[in-house]
Write a protein that binds this ligand. Structure first.
Ligand SMILES: Nc1ncnc2c1ncn2[C@@H]1O[C@H](COP(=O)(O)OP(=O)(O)O)[C@@H](O)[C@H]1O
Ligand SMILES: [Mg+2]
Length: 164
């Protein structure tokens, strides 16, 4: 059986000579360059990890991919869109180590609120929220009754998970 060569699969991430410098200090005279020249490609189906010591620039790189930080130089695409294109955000998931949610909302309220931002109806929410909770293994009773400030870290991360 012929296997598809990795190079034939669509590009998910493609960046070329990506560079980021920050100015810091009181007079902004200190220039820090966490990303000097990053070029890489990630194709569909690949699992790609970024490893490096603290301060190496991993988060900066991810923020640039997400369009949260502007690169100082270089270019790239994410799912075929230029970096920073907001349209692509609907198609990507990002699970931070410490997601920040509204402490005094329950998971259910938070999901309802988020669904509202995306224009989903109350009826759709009623149907979909239990399915999502089941998908991530979050107890329905906790989701309905418990404020998120009472959740464990793992439970909060389950709320933050997004289906790729
Ligand atoms: N907004 C910012 N302003 C100034 N320096 C920053 C900013 N964000 C990150 N840095 C610096 O850039 C470097 C890379 O940080 P970061 O990307 O968070 O590293 P990592 O995630 O690999 O630990 C660090 O030295 C950090 O202090
Ligand atoms: Mg980091």
């Amino acid at each position: 059986m012929a296997t598809e060569a990795a190079g034939d699969r669509p590009l998910v991430v493609a960046v070329e000579n990506l560079q980021k410098s920050y100015r810091s200090g009181f007079w902004l005279r200190t220039v820090l360059t966490p990303l000097q020249s990053v070029s890489l490609e990630v194709r569909q189906g690949e699992t790609f990890g970024l490893l490096g010591p603290n301060g190496a620039g991993k988060t900066t790189f991810l923020k640039i991919l997400l369009g949260l930080v502007k690169p100082s130089g270089g270019q790239g695409t994410l799912l075929g869109h230029p970096l920073g294109d907001r349209a692509v955000r609907q198609r990507i998931g990002y699970l931070p180590e410490n997601p920040y949610f509204y402490d005094y909302l329950t998971a259910w309220e938070f999901l309802e609120f988020t669904a509202g931002l995306f224009g989903l109806s109350t009826a759709t929410c009623k149907e979909r929220i239990p399915l999502l909770l089941e998908m991530v293994g979050l107890n329905l009773k906790d989701a309905r009754k418990k404020q998120m400030r009472r959740y464990s870290k793992g439970m909060v991360q389950r709320v933050a998970w997004r289906k790729p």
